[in-house]
Design a binder for this molecule. Structure first.
Ligand SMILES: [Zn+2]
Length: 307
């Protein structure tokens, strides 16, 4: 198991009052480092502009990478949630680079699993629009890298963040090489991800009512989503690991516990073992209660480290 992060991911500062704060990543890295002091962190290199252009349109890439700021506190609001500042371009490049290099590490045989503790998150970003705290779509960039550089033809993206990964789904809407699976609270931002929304047969969306809780969440994965994932026989399992489904999260009300994320991680690993030589790359998405985020990240990484 490889852990990836980069200190520049702390330099994206959307400002006081924005829940997607640098403190989130500090909390995750601190908790994992305290629990496993001997696990080495790999510093994620920056993605290249060419790699970013595999997913994102030139005007969005230019907005994020080439905007200029007058001073350290200057910001540019893309929307009320999504903010650029002087440190945002480097943070976004290293967050994307983490997934790309984790894919290289896993498919290159250096480790079978990886967890990328990075921010800003990515799954709301479409090819042309940064939104919902997300600048570049980190998990989509990792999937495209696996397809274009490593020649994979079946890549699964499992998204258990409490919000629907509208950007990821849209990017692969017409690409049968990628299967997108998501549970998400509904109604909730961004409002996409209806059960009838199946793409070209490569998207499985399961909206969940508020207060769904552990039993129904696990039942849905066991009875429906995990069998579909196994039937796809993924060569690589990518995970959009958002922990904002936790019962203490301030942005949602799904009423999950850290144990639920540990359980689902174990189930995903079992499918990765069966079909993908154990190859799984997980990337941090949401999670906005710092203590809950730490508990969930520990549970997730603990499952990734076992065996
Ligand atoms: Zn989320």
């Amino acid at each position: 198991m490889r852990l990836y992060t980069h200190p520049t991911c702390l330099e994206h500062r959307p400002g006081p009052g924005n829940p997607e704060s640098p403190a989130r990543l500090e909390a995750v890295v601190e908790a994992i480092s305290a629990r496993w002091p001997n696990e080495r962190w790999h510093h994620a290199p920056a993605a290249t502009r060419e790699q970013i252009m595999r997913v994102h349109r030139a005007d969005l890439v230019a907005l994020i990478l080439d905007s200029r700021f007058q001073d350290a506190d200057d910001t540019l609001h893309i929307d009320p949630d999504t903010v650029l500042g002087p440190g945002s371009a480097d943070a976004a490049l290293h967050a994307a680079g983490a997934g790309i290099h984790a894919v290289d590490g896993v498919l290159g045989g250096q480790a079978r699993r990886a967890f990328c503790a990075v921010r800003p998150p990515g799954h709301h970003a479409t090819s042309m629009q940064a939104m919902g705290f997300c600048l570049f779509n980190n998990i989509a960039l990792a999937a495209e890298h696996a397809i274009w550089v490593h020649g994979l033809t079946r890549v699964a993206i499992v998204d258990f963040d409490v919000h629907h990964g509208n950007g990821t789904e849209a990017i692969f809407a017409a690409d049968a090489r990628v299967l997108y699976l998501s549970t998400h609270q509904s109604p909730l931002f961004p409002g996409t991800g209806a059960a009838g929304d199946v793409g070209i047969g490569n998207a499985i969306n399961r909206p969940l009512a508020p207060q769904t809780g552990s039993g129904a969440f696990r039942g849905l994965w066991s009875g429906d989503l995990l069998p579909a994932l196994a039937a796809f026989r993924p060569q690589l399992v990518l995970v959009s690991a958002g922990f904002d489904g936790h019962r203490r999260d301030p942005l949602a009300d799904l009423q999950l516990d850290a144990d639920d994320f540990a359980w689902l991680t174990g189930e995903l690993l079992a499918i990765a073992e069966r079909h993908a030589s154990g190859h799984l790359v997980s990337m941090l998405e949401g999670g906005y209660d710092l203590k809950a985020l730490q508990e969930c990240a520990i549970a997730h990484v603990d499952a990734l480290l076992e065996n």
